[in-house]
Design a protein. Structure first.
Length: 513
């Protein structure tokens, strides 16, 4: 049986159209998913929409629409975005689906049975925009009202009967778990804030609401709906058909390898979610990674701030793969980043068109002309050929380790350096001067083509569509990539005919060029 890998994005609120921040989480998750696919794993990749709660109910009311109709419409735009971004997701979940509702109610019953839920009364601050409860020291005065200090979202006072989850009981087990699993919360820089929050003392968490109805009803108490975060987090197991824990999906994919999220929702994923799971006697995910924000100016991009950047506009202007490449390469993973069209254009012109596109064109054109349009036969490797060829084989385990540490910078640097070295190799070897030495000419062409193939494989998680165009030179199709593994170092069969290559990237004319 293949090794399995389960990665998730946050499920997005369909309160408004998707923006670049959402696209960022999804593209990064797709990068990891596709790497694992070509490394021979069975991958489950989940994304979807988080449709319950007061925030969504109010957004629908504002548009004068029935809440479910409103969700149907916007959830569809997120589903379409997944296609536009060329995500390899294997499931798209909506929390309004029945399969999800069954899982959530089952988890609730399990928590109740284990005496982790009790009925009481909540009095305190609540932010509808964050769907989060805040203590007195987490809010500040702002104009005539109050807002959350961290998110700057307005808060309102709640006073209502509510079910509570015994979060306080899990304070010690959580701290022990963090201690024993040092990379559970990543990157390391975010770990301390979570740990100090837990150490400062966890209060029991209100997990139901009574004053509105847009949610999953509490089993046996229809007056309450389940708190939207308990509902939403459960999507990670409802996609695997929980409570059927013997089911093939659950057995195969749980615990998740990584929940990829934005740093804004770390508390929910690194504290509440593991506590719910422990209370239900379920295994905990291997890792929760909180990435940084895509900023607009100095601020987080968000609908309420009215500063959103539409991924579709950028894709229409530059194409999808350049955007994917830019976000993966230029936003230092784990930190906040800006979208600079200037830098995006530089990426297209120099990395994609010059370094990768041009290499593919150049060596294919040369082989077509000088090697009868085929992968050359009769080759004899010299040390300089093997040196560049073996770079991949020799680094594969390191690359895997770096991927499991989410070290995207290492991965990108490896590719950019390989492209640079290969272009240099082709130039230095000067095959055009070797027309009298066909073995040497053939060997140089063979070596360069083989490296183009290897680099293309490595680029597949980043720019899948362009890579497929490039690999078409060798008649390699997507299924060939998916069903081989990176371990597969078989070189080409000689005499394979080379196909024509389309232009991979059009250079952008820059104003100051
Ligand atoms: N519905 C919750 C998540 C539930 S997961 C069980 C939610 N939704 S959200 O639509 O508001 O945001 C989801 C995620 O989108 C964020 O955690 C983050 O991953 C991504 N981003 C939203 N805005 C972002 C930026 N400006 N920059 C980068 N990512 C951001 O929270």
């Amino acid at each position: 049986m293949n090794k399995s890998f389960y990665i998730t994005t946050p499920i997005y609120y369909p309160s408004a159209k998707p923006h670049m921040g959402h696209a960022y989480s999804s593209i990064i998750a797709d990068f990891f998913a596709r790497f694992k696919i070509i490394d021979g794993f069975d991958v489950h990749f989940l994304t979807g929409t988080d449709e319950h709660g007061l925030k969504i109910q109010r957004a629908a009311e504002k548009r004068g629409l029935d809440t479910l109709k409103f969700c149907d419409e916007i959830s569809e735009t997120f589903r379409n975005l997944s296609k536009t971004l060329n995500l390899s997701n294997t499931d798209f979940i909506r929390t309004t689906e029945n399969r999800h509702k069954l899982s959530v109610q089952n988890l609730w019953k399990q928590l109740l049975k284990n005496d982790d839920i009790y009925l009481s009364k909540y009095s305190g601050w609540y932010s509808v925009s964050d769907e989060a409860f805040y203590s007195e020291d987490e809010v500040e005065e702002f104009e005539d009202s109050k807002r959350a200090i961290n998110s700057k979202s307005p808060v309102e006072w709640l006073d209502e009967e509510s079910y509570f989850f015994r979060l306080s009981k899990w304070e010690k087990p959580l701290l022990e778990y963090y201690e024993k699993n040092p990379s559970f919360i990543s990157p390391q820089s975010r770990k301390n804030e979570v740990i100090s929050f837990v150490k400062s003392g966890l209060k029991d968490l209100s997990v139901s609401r009574k004053s509105f109805s847009w949610g999953i009803p509490v089993p046996d108490d229809k007056e309450h709906v389940i708190y939207v975060w308990l509902d939403a987090l459960t999507n990670y197991i409802s996609s695997l058909n929980y409570p059927d824990t013997q089911d093939n999906m659950f057995k195969k994919f749980w615990p998740a390898s990584i929940h990829l999220i934005g740093k804004d929702i770390l508390r929910f994923h690194a504290i509440y979610w593991p506590a719910f799971l422990m209370a239900a006697n379920l295994p905990l995910p291997n890792k929760v990674y909180g990435h940084g924000w895509i900023l607009s100016g100095e601020e987080k991009m968000s609908k309420s701030k009215g500063n959103i950047l539409d991924p579709i506009e950028i894709i229409n202007k530059y194409g999808l793969d350049p955007l994917r490449y830019y976000l993966i390469k230029e936003v230092s993973f784990g930190n906040d980043g800006n979208i600079s069209q200037e830098r995006l254009e530089d990426c297209i012109n120099s990395d994609l068109a010059n370094n990768f596109g041009n290499l593919c064109q150049r060596v294919t054109a040369f082989a077509k002309k000088n090697c009868d349009g085929k992968i050359p036969d009769k080759i004899e490797f010299k040390e300089e050929d093997l040196k560049i060829l073996d770079r991949f084989k020799n680094n594969l385990d390191l690359i895997r380790t770096k991927i499991d540490e989410q070290d995207i910078n290492f991965y990108i640097d490896f590719i950019v350096n390989s492209l640079f070295e290969t272009n240099k190799y082709f130039n230095d070897q000067e095959p055009w001067k070797k027309k009298d030495d066909s073995v040497r000419l053939n060997t140089i062409v063979y070596t360069t083509l083989e490296i183009v193939r290897k680099i293309s494989y490595m680029l597949y998680p980043i720019i899948p569509e362009s890579v497929l165009k490039a690999l078409n030179i060798f008649n390699i199709k997507e299924k060939d990539i998916i069903f081989s593994t990176l371990e597969n170092h078989n070189y080409f069969k000689a005499n394979l005919s080379l196909k024509n290559i389309d232009i991979l990237f059009k250079k952008v004319e820059k104003k100051n060029d």
